[in-house]
Design a protein around this ligand. Structure first.
Ligand SMILES: Nc1nc2c(c(=O)[nH]1)N[C@H]1C(S)=C(S)[C@@H](COP(=O)(O)O)O[C@H]1N2
Ligand SMILES: [Mo]
Length: 237
């Protein structure tokens, strides 16, 4: 698997040619989608409407009528269930801990509604996410004074991400267990994924398995290839 792929060029299911054909059948050019996020928003709404009455049957053939594109830098990812999922919290903390899924569910749950916006131009708006505030998990573990940043690892064995401690403590950064009011599916990065509402979706690591407090930011997978370490959607955020 090539590492040079742009994070916005999804390794999603289905042949790209077929997708392009589908877009052009809808009269929407891929270049226009990439260049105009607002047009993309309109396109998503069009699709949602279209899939409700679906007069042509066309939308059922689209790769993902809900708007999300499957993305993974790893090949196939082993599915994890409540029985074998674990989240390890360690590094520069007073109390390293390993959580099961049930233990995470027993912690206070916070709901954040936000968008998922890929650097490629596709976005899904008003997505409800629910889970444990990252800041709460950090407080429970007790960040040591030398702790300045967070490194995230994933059970796909490949992907990594980072946040500064200040970013990680924001009230819109979740260790998400639910999405669209249902458990996060394997395809979407479940049973547990990160959701960093104010940043591009590449910051929201899927298949989250490790949260490690570090003394400085360690650039994540895509950031090694030139992507902004701070992936703010709005620079002034
Ligand atoms: N583990 C992991 N997390 C990841 C990625 C990935 O390849 N692996 N891709 C990122 C990118 S670039 C995007 S746009 C989103 C895609 O999430 P989705 O597949 O649920 O749409 O996940 C982000 N998190
Ligand atoms: Mo992305």
């Amino acid at each position: 698997m090539s590492k040079n792929r742009n994070p916005g060029t999804p390794a999603e299911s289905g042949p790209p040619i077929a997708r392009r054909t589908m877009f052009s059948m809808l009269g929407v050019g891929a270049a226009a989608l990439a260049a105009a996020p607002l047009v993309q928003g309109g396109w998503e709404r069009f699709l949602n409407v279209a899939s409700q009455n679906d007069p042509t049957g066309l939308t059922g053939l689209l790769p993902n009528p809900g708007g999300f594109r499957y993305f993974s830098v790893a090949g196939s990812v082993q599915e994890k269930t409540a029985a074998d999922y674990r989240l390890e919290i360690g590094g520069l903390v007073e109390r390293p801990v390993t959580y099961t899924l049930d233990e995470l569910r027993a912690l206070p749950q916070t709901r954040v509604v936000g968008e998922a916006r890929c650097t490629d131009g596709w976005r899904v708006e008003n997505v409800p996410w629910k889970g444990v505030l990252l800041s709460h998990l950090l407080d429970l573990a007790g960040v040591r004074p030398e702790g300045k940043a967070i490194r995230f690892t994933c059970f796909d064995g490949v992907y990594t991400e980072s946040l500064t401690l200040d970013q990680a403590r924001r009230a819109d950064v979740l260790v998400a267990l639910d999405m669209l009011d249902a458990p996060v599916t394997h395809e979407r990065g479940g049973p547990v994924r990160l959701y960093v509402a104010p940043m591009y979706f590449y910051k929201s690591a899927k298949w989250l398995s490790g949260i490690s407090v570090t003394d400085k930011v360690i650039p994540g997978y895509w950031e090694e290839y030139g992507y902004d370490i701070d992936g703010w959607l709005d620079k002034e955020a």
